[in-house]
Write a protein of this length. Sequence first.
Length: 90
Amino acid sequence: VKGADIYGALMNGYNLNGESWKCFKIFEEMKEKDVVPDEIAWNILIGACSKSGMLHHCQYIVNQIPLNIQSEIRIQTALLDMWVNIDFRY
């Protein structure tokens, strides 16, 4: 059984190799298997959003982040970076 750390490692690999869109598929698989992302996995997902620049993906991911995770400084910093890099025309 894969845990949040394994999924996070997969997502990080995709991010580093320019395939950030695959992180969204991994996230959906995590949800299907009831794997709860940890702070690191959320940070990686936010990074994928930032790289993808797709507003609808970003908003979808942000809406999934639990409030207790949103209050973490690393998450807030990643969110700020993400919103700065979004192309709001799409």
